[in-house]
Design a protein around this ligand. Structure first.
Ligand code: UDP
Ligand code: MN
Length: 284
């Protein structure tokens, strides 16, 4: 066990993403993650059953206030009106939420294909944040996987930006990209919420998004052995029933292999969903 005060974190605002959160935890444990697994949940939004499943899978459950964007316009443009709760992810930057010096955040629809402890090395010295490119617009990072040093000033800056400027995509990814606007070029883009914090680029192998509309199959094959994290972005999550895909290489291709690995983890833990909730809790 390392002496570093680091943590892994995810966010769960609804039971609907619980299968993902359980698989993420299983995958990190199977890969011998060295740091505690923390799940951020919003108050009164999860069933007792879900909370007791999380209690078994995670080291800590931290309740945070729900932050909504209510930016229906931009989320409609993205076709994802359910994502207005993702501002809640900004709580990862609040040092009081995890108490950790560095936090590696993963969306609940991501899972690790091998040990990812080296992700924490991307935040060193002046660098406070690191993320991998978004395949839909590579000058933006994808906010489904990132590593950050929680700091009160950064958290306040982000919440202020979210409340005043809003988000160009309606979710956390737009706010974070405007705030860490120097991420792609090293030079901050002028804007009401852009900060001068130093950031770093994570390799794409830390956030491989095979479900996006375009994929570079030869590169996927070339770098397949280097992949650490697979992230099922978009509305079709594996737990909605997607077990088979002939996208990107057919039944023997990498997409099918990612899905099979996800389902192997899920099939091993899904029985906990049918257990009764914690008997010591009472409903009113
Ligand atoms: N999330 C959640 N419940 C919701 C919507 C989102 O718990 O109803 C959390 C979950 O951790 C999810 C993350 O917010 O992975 C971001 O949403 P999503 O992964 O669907 O966005 P995408 O990666 O597809 O852009
Ligand atoms: Mn996601």
């Amino acid at each position: 066990m390392s002496g570093n005060n680091y943590a892994y974190a995810t966010l769960l605002t609804s039971d609907s993403y619980l299968p993902g959160a359980l698989v993420l935890a299983s995958s990190l444990r199977a890969a011998f993650a060295q740091y505690p697994l923390i799940v951020l949940v919003t108050e009164n939004s999860l069933s007792e059953n879900a909370l007791s499943a999380l209690q078994r899978a995670y080291d800590r459950i931290v309740t945070v206030p729900l932050l909504r964007s209510s930016d229906a316009g931009n989320l409609e443009l993205l076709g994802r009106t359910e994502l207005d709760v993702t501002y809640t992810k900004l709580h990862v930057f609040n040092p009081q939420v995890t108490g950790a010096d560095k936090v590696a955040f993963f969306d609940a629809d991501a899972f690790a294909t091998r040990n990812v402890d080296a992700i924490f090395d991307y935040v060193q010295g002046d660098v406070v944040f690191a993320a991998a490119p978004d395949i839909g617009w590579p000058d933006c990072f994808n906010s489904g996987v990132f590593v950050a040093t929680p700091r009160a000033d950064i958290f306040q800056g982000l919440v202020r930006a979210a409340a005043s400027t809003g988000s160009f995509d309606g979710g956390d990814q737009g706010v974070l990209n405007d705030y860490f606007s120097g991420w792609a070029s090293g030079v901050s883009r002028p804007g009401p919420s852009s900060s001068n914090h130093k950031t770093a680029r994570l390799p794409f192998t830390y956030n491989v998004t095979p479900t996006s509309f375009y994929s570079y199959l030869p590169a996927l094959k070339r770098f397949q052995d280097d992949i650490s994290v697979v992230h099922f972005i978009g509305a079709d999550k594996p737990w909605k029933g997607v077990r088979e895909s002939d996208a990107f290489g057919g039944p023997e291709g990498p997409m099918q292999q990612f899905l099979t690995r996800w389902w192997n983890y899920y099939d091993a833990v899904k029985h906990v969903l049918n257990r009764p909730g914690n008997a010591t809790r009472t409903h009113t």
